[in-house]
Design a protein around this ligand. Structure first.
Ligand code: CAA
Length: 254
């Protein structure tokens, strides 16, 4: 079996399962490349509308592969192919969910933060312990954590290497939900989202990301245009028609 398992557990839903238990799902460059490739393939495939990424029952992902990091030098870090892999993960245009059980540390926490919706198990632990290795987070951890959870929490985690438990992560907005079976709940949400009109879902994702990353004026103007553009879709007619005819809509993504 490979380090990344792919399956389609429901119509329109692809699941990526990190599968390096012997290294606690550490994100080797090869594994990160496989994740980026799998997301590129899902982005290009009209039969896939949402993706769920998950790990094992005790560890989501323990971060970058420290055995690989041990040989990294400055030019190697600057020219690292990982940068390109991470930007492909960041650019994934469809709704991405993460089901986190156990540890999501370093690059594992950063991977979870790339997801649009994170569902965590009651035992989940989130942290950016890179400081213990003499480095700092390198895949957006300082920036995303500060934006998602606030500067105080980001400072605490990044400076002390302490972890947040699931309840703390929920309280500070790092995750959407805590579930007794996070994999099942994330899948349930993915199935629900996959039944929505895919063009509207893609734009909704872009708009909420813009709320985090762009000034309010820019985000509001973008929302206005996206709102108007969706009136041209067949899915808008289908959604409204289904409501008026009191039937379930069947969205084609057109
Ligand atoms: N990279 C490589 N190997 C790792 C690893 C990692 N991030 N995390 C764990 N492993 C390996 C261990 O070396 C060990 O291998 P051996 O059996 O060959 O000795 C095996 O996985 C089991 O590890 P543990 O005995 O530590 O497992 P545990 O279940 O007791 O603890 C854990 C799990 C809490 C996740 C712990 O392994 C841990 O703290 N891991 C490191 C977490 C970390 O520091 N992450 C930050 C990495 S740096 C980074 O991510 C930078 C970046 O974003 C750019």
């Amino acid at each position: 079996m490979g380090d990344l398992l792919l399956d389609d557990p429901a119509p329109f839903v692809r699941r990526l399962t990190l599968n390096r238990p012997e290294a606690r799902n550490a994100l080797s460059t090869a594994l990160l490349g496989e994740i980026a490739d799998a997301l590129d393939a899902a982005a290009a495939d009209d039969a896939i509308r949402t993706v769920v990424i998950t790990g094992g029952p005790k560890v989501f992902a323990a971060g970058a592969d420290i055995k690989e990091l041990a040989t990294r030098d400055v030019p190697g870090a600057l020219l690292d192919t990982r940068v390109g892999h991470w930007s492909r993960v960041r650019r994934f245009p469809k709704p991405l969910l993460a089901a986190v059980a156990g540890f999501a540390l370093g690059g594992g926490c950063e991977l979870a933060m790339h997801a649009d919706i994170v569902v965590a198990g009651e035992d989940a632990k989130f942290g950016q312990p890179e400081i213990n290795l003499g480095i700092v987070p390198g895949a957006g951890g300082t920036q995303r954590l500060a934006r998602l959870a606030g500067a105080q929490i980001a400072m605490k985690l990044v400076l002390s290497g302490e972890f947040l438990d699931a309840a703390e992560a929920k309280q500070c907005g790092l995750i959407a939900e805590i579930a007794s079976d996070p994999a099942a709940r994330a899948l349930d949400l993915a199935v629900k989202i996959a039944a929505k009109p895919p063009l509207a879902a893609r734009l909704a994702k872009e708009l909420v990301l813009a709320a985090r990353d762009a000034p309010l004026d820019v985000g509001l103007a973008f929302e206005r245009k996206a709102f108007a553009a969706l009136f041209a879709t067949a899915d808008f007619k289908e959604g409204v028609g289904a409501f008026l005819e009191k039937r379930k809509p069947n969205f084609a993504g057109k």
